[in-house]
Write a protein that binds this ligand. Structure first.
Ligand code: NAD
Ligand code: UGA
Length: 435
């Protein structure tokens, strides 16, 4: 099948590479000329474990191409997938659907034979109806259906999640569109559950899923706070709680708060969608407020710790919003650094295995950047672990201690072996444990 993808970001690029690997002919379109040139030259636009080989193989085989022209992506396509961004409007705090609307307006004129337009961007309920209206107005003779197929991939696991989804949600009432989509996913059919629902339910499933996960993270963070005060251990508590199959053991890792390009924006979009419809989503509101507070609480813990030190210096390991990605959008690490810098003249040296370039775009020269965890820790009074990269689990703590001014660790991701660190002579604090 011929597939056009509009918006070549995390989702568009991963989806394009995935469908090319499944045997389809894919053209990924993006309005960002620099990005498209970069990719055309064989460069990955994102860091995703295991994706580069698949991308290069399909690029060489010309099964995937990249263009800045909407015409290239839409003309002759059987399926056009819209995967442009849906950020939060900074003024109104509601969802900004302008990129989705603009894509629909731009693509409409190039529609020829019957085409299925898939809306993969995360959108508020009713957006597919709106897109259908835009395309019909722009091109009254176009023959098409708009289908909602939300994306559930996790950054860092995009390859795994594309080929092994928990489910594929298909939102449409059109049997003609349904047949085209089944052809699109044919190589995966039978291997994973397909959830056939209405467009509006499909749009809601995406928000309800992300908000639930965000609430779960917020919940375990609150339980971690209570563990710290009562002497229970979050490691033991989440083990015992997670074994209840009704609860499950996933998304029970406490930390510095959830971040990323989706949970923060999708939870606030959901609250405003609720308000627009006269429904208050108090649990989601709580998670949003609690998550914001968490990042200032983490900063306060750092500030308390360095109080009284002349010319304090701190190392921070991890800048990405979670391990396995170079994405720093709404990263708790970045926000905590900003909060600390607002209240202290502290010198901060940071290290991240993948996210240094993206973090530097956000933090500039307000902090220093080191080439390794060891270099970052040199002559510091405090070592903070903010992202759970695997390499931070196996640090040579003796080596680190020998170069620090004061051997103190604040592990916000509970990745290091506290007992071992204490034996070596570190003073440690972590999350959800009394020490
Ligand atoms: P992104 O910001 O990485 O990429 C969006 C791309 O769309 C950009 O490259 C931008 O230049 C391009 N674009 C914008 N308007 C365009 C236009 N008119 N024509 C062509 N290109 C255009 O975004 P993303 O992270 O891939 O997210 C895309 C959507 O998918 C969002 O709605 C997001 O909520 C959702 N989503 C993201 C993830 C994720 O892990 N990042 C997972 C599931 C769902
Ligand atoms: C999330 C969802 O997991 C995906 O299903 C969804 O497709 C995506 O959002 C989206 O809509 O964009 P992602 O943002 O890649 O994926 O990251 P997650 O792995 O969900 O983590 C989100 C945040 O929660 C991170 O900051 C992470 O560190 C934090 N988290 C997660 C915890 O603090 N504890 C946990 O136990 C799990």
């Amino acid at each position: 099948m011929k597939i056009g993808i509009i918006g070549t970001g995390y989702v568009g690029f991963s989806t394009g590479v995935g469908f090319a690997e499944l045997g389809h002919s894919v053209i990924c379109v993006d309005s960002n000329t620099k990005k498209i040139e970069h990719i055309k030259n064989g460069n990955m636009p994102i860091f995703e474990d295991g994706m580069e080989d698949i991308f290069k193989r399909n690029l060489d085989a010309k099964k995937i191409r990249f263009s800045t022209s909407m015409k290239d992506g839409v003309t002759d396509a059987d399926v056009v997938i819209i995967s442009v961004g849906t950020p939060t409007d900074p003024q109104t705090r509601t969802i900004d659907l302008s990129y989705v609307r603009q894509s629909a307006t731009e693509l409409a004129g190039f529609l020829g034979n019957y085409t299925v337009i898939v809306l993969k961007s995360t959108v508020e309920v009713g957006t597919c109806d709106e897109i259908e209206g835009i395309i019909s107005r722009e091109n009254p003779t176009a023959e098409f259906d708009v289908v909602s197929i939300p994306e559930f991939l996790r950054e860092g696991f995009a390859v795994h999640d594309f080929f092994n989804p928990d489910r594929i949600v298909i939102g449409t009432d059109s049997t003609r569109a349904q047949k085209v989509i089944e052809e699109l996913y044919k190589p995966l059919l039978g291997k994973f559950p397909i959830v056939r629902v209405s467009r509006r339910s499909s749009e809601m499933i995406k928000y309800a899923s992300n908000a639930f996960l965000a609430i779960k993270v917020h919940y375990i963070n609150e339980i971690a706070n209570l563990c710290e005060q009562t002497g229970a251990s979050i490691d033991e508590v989440r083990l015992g709680v997670g074994m209840d199959s009704r609860i499950g053991d996933k998304f029970l890792n406490p930390g510095p708060g959830y971040g990323g390009s989706c949970f923060p924006k999708d939870t606030s979009a959901m609250v405003s969608m609720g308000l627009k419809n006269g429904v208050r989503l108090s649990l989601v509101e709580c998670a949003i407020a609690g998550n914001e507070k968490r990042k200032t609480d983490m900063a306060s813990r750092i500030l308390d710790d360095i109080k009284g030190i002349v010319n304090p210096k701190m190392a921070i390991l991890g800048l990405a919003f979670k391990g396995g990605t170079d994405d720093c959008r709404e990263s708790p690490a970045v926000e905590i650094i900003e909060n600390v810098l607002k209240k202290s003249e502290i010198e901060i040296v940071a290290y991240d295995p993948r996210a240094m370039a993206n973090a530097e775009n956000l933090l500039g020269n307000r902090i220093k950047y080191a080439r390794s965890a060891y270099a970052a820790a040199e002559e510091t009074h405090l070592l903070v672990i903010a992202t759970e990269w695997d390499e931070f689990k196996d640090l040579d703590l003796k080596k680190i201690k020998s170069t620090m001014v004061r051997p103190k660790i604040f592990d916000m991701r509970n990745v290091i072996d506290i007992r071992e660190a204490k034996k070596i002579g570190f003073v440690c604090s972590s999350i959800g444990r009394r020490t």
